[in-house]
Write a protein that binds this ligand. Structure first.
Ligand code: C2E
Ligand code: CA
Ligand code: CA
Length: 689
């Protein structure tokens, strides 16, 4: 449709131009022909009339003859003229018919098109408007005719529209434009319009053909999509992207105005997970919606903040406190233009007060609290993410202090966070470049003093020295690096064990123990992965001992029973590590298919110093035996400790007294000396004691 009017050189347009020139030419010729016809007719009439006058009536024959010739010639001329006129007439008729056909076509198209088509004159009046105007905008033809074409346009869009019309008239080329127009019912519709210029016969361009399309629905859908991309679907609050954008804006502003201060609050609900798990997802969502509303309400009103009185421009930009939901139970607030840190703390406290009031969810009363971390905007921040991250770190600190606390991010937090970040990257790099080593600590049978196996312990070989696991295992676990790290460790230890099996055959065969972190234990297919490595390295499952701390095993007893059951089904040996440090009792361990307990070093080291510890060790050993489990004593450092353990009937021991954890070479040497000196199993220990 728009093609017909477009100013581009389309075939239709060229044809129309040809028609116009031809008809103009024909019209010009018509004038000439009519003039000629009148002149000839006048001449002929005058000639004939003159011949009838008496004084001009000659008698000679030749005169009449000449006159006849004259008349014949003139008649021929008139005939030729008539033929030519008829030919011209035919041409004109054809052109007029074609033009009429085009007019009809134009009419049919405009009257039936969904697009609104209008012809607008130089004064902005609609000379013509298609019926779809009425359908789309509700105005009658009469109403449209009696008003200017700009009248229903949104006042803000008018200048743009007028400018575009002027430009189109000047250049002969219209641009695509979007503007708002008022529907008769008062609502605003969005139109997309293209204007084309109609050239008048003199070549001037006063009238415009405007084709308008109602794109309100498309616009609405587009706006909705844009909104969804920046808002959280559950609470309809801004999401992380939009929030970060706002924080970035504040950062830029603070660089321009040194007096401008702002803060980010990171709010996390205490024990939301517990609530969600017990009351269900729907109730959890309902609570989050209510929290969002309450946060919004507690941020409304400016009485909490004392403004610094910035110039107009910035005050306008920072007039709202931006609340967002980052996901889960995490909300953030951007506090703009605050005077000092006390402002932010006051807001945080007010939020905590409001959130502490009971919620009603699924006809139940819910009492909850929030931990809040605060970070202040500073020129040192390059990106908004950093500021939000610091607020989050402060929130974690607040959480660690207990429930419903609030902490401000400070330098010490920054340093420990940076160290932690550095550690994470270093760990990743160390894993890639193979900086982890396996150390082995022997486990000794107290019955015959032979080595029954080795516990594998990780070490990180850094240029500065050997880093103990206490400095990296927890972070490796939290970041998930522990998974590839311990897979590699198990593979290496199994390879080592194979070597020892061939070098030091014994009955039962030597065993290796591996430690399991919470992340490893939570893996979907722990047993399957271990089975694969055992198969790959040719180690029998019973030669692998898997150590799980009491705390891990007890965290979710049902789940643990399942995982331990799978490991047991695989055929590996299972031990409970660090026994005595948790809150469980041996009888609770009864339900697990465990083979041994390892008594924590803390009890062994105090055994010879206080009677209570000694008694605890004795009881653990008795109870474990009653449950059919064997016992390993950890951290044995002295002969006295060993003697007592022996007296209590403890089967195995491990500690510096025998050997510190060491690399495979030293472990090899230890094995060689021990198994060789004591091939029959006679008591080397007795000799040492
Ligand atoms: P754990 O499983 O209780 O390992 C025993 C720890 O006690 C080892 O510390 C060992 O060096 C130390 N130890 C052994 N005998 C004595 C002794 O007589 N006196 C004293 N004071 N200490 C003794 P290490 O190697 O620093 O490991 C600490 C913990 O880190 C381990 O405790 C274990 O839970 C964890 N861990 C170490 N390596 C790994 C690993 O590769 N994977 C996993 N998941 N955890 C590991
Ligand atoms: Ca262990
Ligand atoms: Ca232990």
């Amino acid at each position: 449709m728009t093609n017909i009017f477009s100013s581009n050189k389309s075939p239709e347009r060229e044809m129309e131009a040809q028609f116009l020139t031809l008809s103009r030419k024909l019209e010009g010729r018509e004038w000439w022909l009519w003039g000629f016809a009148v002149a000839v007719t006048l001449m002929l009439t005058a000639g004939i009339v003159s011949l009838t006058l008496p004084q001009f009536r000659p008698d000679s024959e030749s005169y009449w003859l000449d006159l006849k010739e004259w008349v014949r010639a003139l008649s021929c001329l008139v005939l030729l003229f008539d033929i030519y006129t008829m030919y011209q007439q035919l041409l004109l008729q054809r052109i007029r018919r074609k033009l009429a056909e085009r007019d009809r076509l134009f009419q049919v198209i405009t009257e039936n098109a969904a697009d609104m088509i209008a012809v607008i004159d130089a004064e902005g009046r609609r000379i013509y408007n298609s019926p779809s105007y009425e359908k789309v905008l509700g105005y009658s033809q009469q109403e449209l005719k009696s008003t200017s074409s700009i009248e229903q346009v949104h006042p803000e869009d008018r200048p743009r529209l007028m400018e575009a019309a002027t430009k189109a008239r000047l250049t002969g080329r219209g641009e695509r434009l979007e503007y708002r127009i008022r529907h008769k019912d008062g609502s605003w519709r969005i139109l997309e319009s293209t204007a084309s210029v109609i050239q008048d016969p003199a070549g001037g361009t006063h009238n415009l053909v405007v084709v308008n399309r109602d794109i309100s629905e498309r616009k609405w859908a587009e706006d909705q999509l844009a909104h969804n991309a920046l808002h959280d679907a559950l609470t309809n609050l801004p999401n992380r992207t939009l929030f970060l954008d706002r924080v970035q804006h504040s950062l830029t502003l603070s660089q321009r105005h040194p007096r401008y201060q702002f803060a980010v609050l990171f709010i996390d609900m205490d024990q939301f997970k517990l609530f969600n798990d017990s009351l269900g997802h729907t109730a959890g969502n309902e609570l989050l919606i209510q929290i969002g509303k309450r946060l919004n309400a507690s941020l409304r009103g400016s009485d909490t903040l004392s403004r610094s009185g910035l110039p107009e421009e910035s005050a306008m930009l920072t007039s709202e406190a931006g609340l967002a939901r980052l996901g889960g139970d995490e909300f953030t607030v951007l506090l703009e233009d605050i005077r000092d840190s006390s402002d932010a703390i006051r807001v945080a406290e007010r939020i905590q007060e409001r959130l502490a009031l009971a919620f009603r969810v699924s006809s139940q009363e819910v009492i909850t609290s929030a931990s809040i971390g605060i970070a202040f905007g500073a020129a040192s921040y390059a990106a908004s993410e950093e500021l939000v991250r610091d607020a989050e770190i402060a929130m974690y600190r607040a959480k660690r202090q207990g429930k419903a606390q609030c902490r401000v991010f400070d330098q010490a937090m920054h340093e420990s966070a940076m160290n932690r970040l550095r550690l994470e990257t270093d760990l990743r790099r160390a894993l890639e470049s193979g900086e982890f080593r396996v150390h082995y600590q022997p486990i000794i049978s107290l019955e015959n003093e032979r080595v029954v196996g080795f516990e594998t312990l990780s070490r990180w070989q850094r240029p500065t020295g050997l880093v103990p696991p206490s400095e990296f295992i927890a972070v490796a676990d939290e970041t998930g690096i522990i998974l590839p790290l311990n897979q590699a460790l198990l593979r290496e230890a199994c390879g080592q064990l194979r070597q020892w099996h061939s070098q030091f055959p014994s009955q039962p065969a030597l065993r290796i123990s591996v430690n399991i972190t919470p992340r490893q234990f939570a893996q979907e297919d722990l047993a399957g992965q271990m089975a694969a490595i055992l198969k790959e390295t040719g180690i029998a499952p019973q030669d692998l001992d898997v150590e799980i701390t009491e705390n891990i095993a007890m965290e979710d007893a049902d789940k643990s029973a399942g995982v331990l059951g799978e490991l047991k089904a695989l055929g590996v040996h299972l031990s409970i590590d660090d026994f005595g440090t948790g809150y469980s009792s041996l009888s609770r361990l009864q339900s697990f298919p465990v083979d041994a307990v390892k008594i924590d070093r803390a009890f062994i080291s105090k055994m010879c110093l206080d009677a209570e510890s000694s008694e605890i060790v004795r009881i653990i050993i008795v109870l474990a035996h009653n449950l059919g489990m064997s016992v390993v004593a950890e951290g044995v450092e002295s002969a006295a400790e060993l003697q007592q353990l022996r007296a209590f009937g403890c089967e195995m021991a491990q500690g510096y007294f025998f050997s510190r954890p060491s690399d495979s070479e030293s472990a090899n040497a230890f094995l060689r000396s021990r198994q060789a000196v004591n091939p029959s199993g006679s008591s080397v220990l007795q000799a040492q004691l």
